[in-house]
Design a protein around this ligand. Structure first.
Ligand code: GDG
Length: 485
């Protein structure tokens, strides 16, 4: 089995992967099993001279190797906060209005991708399989190809793909598409994302669907398929300490856990809860909404705006409806230790997960994993979270429709035990089957299969998972436009 080489903006702590949760658990596992290498930003910000540096700091962690590079202050501002988080993040989440197309951002983005390619090249071996992650590194594959790297390279995008018309609004969209065409396999979270990317490649850069299901663009043939990210149910449940359980709240609780990001629909969520209390006033004093919203990317202007909006909204709703012994919205703008999340989710009657747009949303899966199967809570989930494509037994809502969300809270609170159990059982079975290990294995199997350059569906011995993924690719080709949002 070939060595695996991962590249992502940030490198996770593989020694504490179970604590971090999410995709790092599977990545740490595959790194250990395949003597892997992981390259990423160290999180440090240094002098301008760091921009010339292509020799990473190397640490050996058991059988895995971790390689990191610092960013200069200018790279941090223009590559990380700028092009990655003030252009690609908003546009890919369909918030063109928030995109800051500043001169110089794209050049810095390219420069950093180039620097990472130069840092990686001397570390590579001829039979390595390379797996690049997320929107910070779209151009890395093309930079590696320019340096003569011919290894299989896969790319996984953790965020959604916007409809073609929005993608076309990015001034550098052609360059980004050329970058995407350098990969052998592009993994996306949902089938709807696959449809959007194929639409864009066809309409925007004359991409062509080949008879074997691959896409030809810029003279390269690439495979695009969905690989929904999952969680590791057992390691999440084990993060709960054996003793010292959190005290159950005195009121019935709705829980939200989201980074404080404008994509997560927090103002709409607060308004819906306020509307619910106005409309169904018998529930006042009986129900609370606890919203944990740790800060992120605070130097980007749009993040300061959303913070202010939420503080005003929670203050207004609490001021208008609260009583001396009851505060309707508990808004916590700090990170909560992971070990507390299982109990917090388990003691909440409703998981309230209503992003305006989300690649997947792991909180929805963690909420389900944490429930007591004998007396489970109900998941209310936005139709615009990637997770809604899989988690059909949740109560699916439109996060822009405050009235519908208010009514759905009532339906969830009044749902009988049997229906709660049936929905929970089906949801739990789904997240156990499509867990983080399944995601990782399926992506890598598919990458290694498509690289054999045979017609995608006539491979000699692909694993069952890879065969299924390849069949889905074929399905997506038949009706690429049907499922786009
Ligand atoms: C991106 C995509 C995609 C949150 N607050 C706290 C905390 N968390 C943990 C959650 C969960 C993770 O962070 C958040 O994951 P999400 O999937 O919900 O969202 P993003 O951070 O936006 O992640 C997303 C994901 O990548 C994976 O591909 O699903 O769509 O946007 O695990 O529990 N953890 C702790 N304290 C907190 O306050 N300990």
């Amino acid at each position: 089995m070939s060595r695996i080489v991962l590249v992502s903006n940030r490198v996770g702590d593989v020694t504490k992967a179970a604590l971090a949760g999410g995709v790092v658990v599977a990545i740490a596992d595959v790194l250990r099993a395949r003597n892997g290498l992981w390259l990423g930003w160290s999180g440090k910000i240094g002098e301008k001279s760091e921009e010339l540096r292509t020799t990473p700091d190397i640490t050996e962690v058991g059988t895995a190797t971790i390689a990191t590079l610092p960013l200069s202050n200018r790279e941090y501002k223009e590559f990380y906060l700028g092009y990655s988080n003030a252009v690609l993040w908003p546009v890919f989440h369909s918030r063109l209005d928030l995109a800051q197309f500043e001169a110089g951002y794209y050049q810095r983005y390219l420069d950093v991708n180039k620097r990472f390619a130069h840092a990686l090249r001397p570390l590579l071996r001829p039979d390595d399989t390379i797996w690049i992650h997320d929107y910070h590194m779209i151009s890395l594959g093309a930079e590696l190809r320019k340096l003569g790297i011919e290894n299989p390279i896969g790319f996984f995008l953790h965020i959604p793909v916007p409809p073609a018309q929005l993608f076309l609004a990015i001034p550098e969209h052609r360059d980004l598409a050329r970058g995407l065409a350098a990969y052998d396999l592009i993994g996306l979270q949902t089938k709807a994302d696959v449809g959007n990317l194929i639409d864009y490649l066809q309409d925007g850069v004359f991409g062509r669907v080949l008879p074997d299901g691959r896409i030809r663009a810029f003279n390269r043939d690439l495979t695009i398929a969905s690989f929904p990210v999952g969680i590791d149910v057992d390691s999440f449940l084990e993060s709960r300490p054996k003793r010292a359980r959190e005290q159950a709240p005195s009121a019935i609780r709705l829980i939200g856990v989201d980074r404080l990001d404008y994509t997560k629909g927090l103002p709409q969520k607060f308004r819906a809860f306020g509307r619910f209390l106005e409309k169904y006033s018998d529930y006042r004093r009986k129900v609370i909404l606890s919203q944990i919203a740790p800060p992120t990317r605070e130097s980007v202007v749009a993040y300061a705006d959303i913070r202010q909006e939420l503080e005003t909204l929670s203050g207004t709703i609490n001021g208008r409806l609260g009583e001396l012994d009851w505060v309707p919205i508990q808004y916590i703008h700090r990170s909560t230790p992971r070990r507390m999340l299982v109990d917090v989710f388990r003691q909440s009657r409703i998981g309230f997960v209503t992003p305006l747009r989300d690649g997947m949303n792991l909180v929805a899966k963690e909420y389900v994993a944490a429930q007591d199967p004998e007396d489970p809570g109900v998941l209310i989930l936005s139709r615009f979270a990637g997770a809604a494509e899989q988690m059909k037994q949740a109560l699916i809502v439109n996060p822009y429709d405050v009235e519908e969300m208010a009514d759905t809270i009532k339906i969830a609170l009044e749902m009988g035990l049997q229906e709660r159990q049936e929905r929970h059982q089906a949801l739990l079975a789904g997240i156990r089957t499509h867990d983080t290990f399944d995601w990782c294995r399926t992506f890598l199997d598919t990458l290694e299969s498509v690289r054999r350059r045979k017609p995608a569906l006539a491979l000699s011995s692909p694993s069952e998972a890879a065969t299924k993924a390849l069949q889905e690719i074929e399905m997506a080709r038949v009706k690429p436009r049907v499922e786009s949002n």
